[in-house]
Design a binder for this molecule. Structure first.
Ligand code: 5GP
Ligand code: MG
Length: 180
């Protein structure tokens, strides 16, 4: 893909290349394989945005594991409450299990915080968070992000699974909004 990308009305410029992303994911997968060597984790992929990151990461996991997918529905008006209204698609019992939640990007952290609270009600043994991207300057919560690929500034990004108004997910590279 080229260095610039027009999606709808916005211009984006390349930010992280595919090779750089894959290198970091390999390191992250090694850490997870090491930490989980005597466990059988359940990965919970938060759709839609995390589908490409989760695919790349999970292919490098060598311990026995299960994979489940959720879509979160949260109340989000002009102000994000992060209250997770419903969890759709979670069909594996989590009691006593080690869970690793896979997210595309953690911004304020409100959505994931609400989801983590609901997860703990299902009595897992442990819950870890794996994210491709995090915006530390926007983060408002306290939960630990155990496995993280990249910390980025507060710029809107697309590609590598993330969308702008439904478009832009189909790139191996990550782009950020062009601010002239
Ligand atoms: P949070 O609740 O952490 O503020 O929001 C997290 C969700 O907002 C992410 O899972 C993602 O769907 C969306 N989001 C946050 N920042 C970005 C961004 O820069 N680009 C895109 N495409 N989505 C984002
Ligand atoms: Mg997401």
């Amino acid at each position: 893909m080229s260095n610039t990308w027009f999606i709808k009305d916005k211009l984006f410029t390349k930010y992280l290349g595919s090779d750089e992303i894959q290198t970091i994911i390999r390191t992250l997968a090694s850490r997870i394989n090491h930490d989980m060597q005597d466990k059988v984790p359940v990965f919970i992929v938060v759709l839609n945005g995390a589908f490409i990151f989760a695919s790349d990461l999970i292919k490098k996991i060598t311990v026995d594991c299960e994979v489940a997918f959720v879509r979160l529905s949260s109340y989000k008006g002009t102000e994000s409450t992060g209250e997770v209204k419903e969890i759709m698609g979670l069909d594996i019992p989590l009691k006593g299990r080690t869970v690793i939640v896979i997210e595309d990007i953690i911004d304020t952290g409100l959505t994931l915080d609400g989801f983590l609270q609901k997860l703990w009600l299902m009595e897992p043994a442990d819950v870890k968070v794996a994210a491709c991207l995090m915006k530390p300057d926007a983060f408002k919560m306290r939960f630990p992000v155990d496995y993280l690929c990249f910390r980025i500034p507060n710029d809107f990004v697309v590609g590598y699974g993330l969308d702008y108004d439904g478009f832009g997910r189909n790139s191996s590279d990550l782009y950020k909004i062009h601010t002239p």
